[in-house]
Write a protein that binds this ligand. Sequence first.
Ligand SMILES: Cc1ncc(COP(=O)(O)O)c(C=O)c1O
Ligand SMILES: Nc1c(O)cccc1C(=O)C[C@H](N)C(=O)O
Length: 431
Amino acid sequence: MSTAADHLSAPAPLLGQAAALDSADSLGHVRDRFDLPDDGSVYLVGNSLGALPRAVAPAVADAVQRQWGRSRVGGWNTSGWWAAPQRVGDRIGELLGAAPGQVVAGDCTSVQLHKVHLAAAAETRRRSADGADGARRVVVADPASFPTDLYVLASDARLAGWEVVLASPPDVPAVLAARGGEVALVTLSQVDYRTGELWDLPGLTRAAHDVGALVLWDLCHSAGVVPADLDANDVDYAVGCSYKFLNGGPGAPAWIYVPHRLQAAFANPIPGWNSAAQPFAMTAEYTPATDIAVARTGTPQMISMLALEAALTAYDDVEVQAVRAKSLSLTGFALEALDALVPEVEVVTPREPERRGSALALRHPQSWGLVRALHARGVEGDFRAPDVMRWGIAPLYLSHADVLAAVVALRAVLDGGEHEAAELSERPTVT
Ligand SMILES: Cc1ncc(COP(=O)(O)O)c(C=O)c1O
Ligand SMILES: Nc1c(O)cccc1C(=O)C[C@H](N)C(=O)O
């Protein structure tokens, strides 16, 4: 296996640039908050599963041994388990520009999407009954959305009686201009999972509101690395997972944002007992909570929740704006190095900083082979069919030297034809 030290074979100007950028990096110390192997490997899959923060293992051991083992059911009170979804939600909310009491953690993103779709349908009907809106039966979605977003939407559209109109984000304003009065909801991802393109959340939110539509943002690929300023942008609903750049671990609870102004009327379509005003009154009749608890459903995955809470301490004293600045520095430097060293690989991600999320998508006819051959050299990226290699750039634990090492390894793989044989290697179920 090659190592990150291999970047030392890079041209001197790039090496000097990496060293200068790393020595000026105000977040360099945050890397020590992560338990990374010291074999020089470079982990570029933080956009799928974030690396392990050091705080997680002791927190999980404590949750299991002391909280569960000794307090048993009392843990719901004495260890603060009952309040954890809102507590963790508030911490995530800080990274999203959401004031406390508007984000709650739990379930998975797919379930949170379902809740928002049907709550938005109810909100649209409510506004209509108030006389404000006519028949709004259109939902606008990006055809390039992550599959789960489209699958859940198709099913919910059948339940809500919605027509799904597919439009890529740059085309959404035209759809709104043509059919604005019919649109109930615009649902988009802030960052495209495959290309790493960053969409204009403030502008598209305004465009939806201008025609009286609600807006839902999936922030799976941006939470923790791109500011969303949810309150300031007047976003109606947002959801996301926490196992990517938030580093919550495999299967970590997702989260949902419902601003104060929409909570009282939030019609949760899975109104489990945790979303009731008084869960322990155990009444047969459902009375919804009037705060963000209204978006909860059933018992939260507590061990994962506490792992996530510990993971979020990696963000202690770290402003998301600083993370964004470092992300742009890393991706910008990666683009320079790619242009200089591997010009034959097509960069799919837009080059303008304001259009880049925190991942790079590289297109090559043998991308699968490149991913496998790079993996053998200790550079871990992932593959998205049919021909994209993704490099997730996690600013909390990656350096400019890491990024340069990945580009140098890519050059070496191509020079040695290592990807040719690797292209034939078996594709595992999970990629
Ligand atoms: C944009 C986006 N939405 C949703 C999901 C997945 O949702 P879930 O948490 O339900 O697995 C992912 C990735 O898995 C994603 O990239
Ligand atoms: N959630 C995942 C999983 O359980 C296994 C493997 C990958 C994932 C992912 O998150 C994929 C990711 N959303 C993507 O952008 O491709």
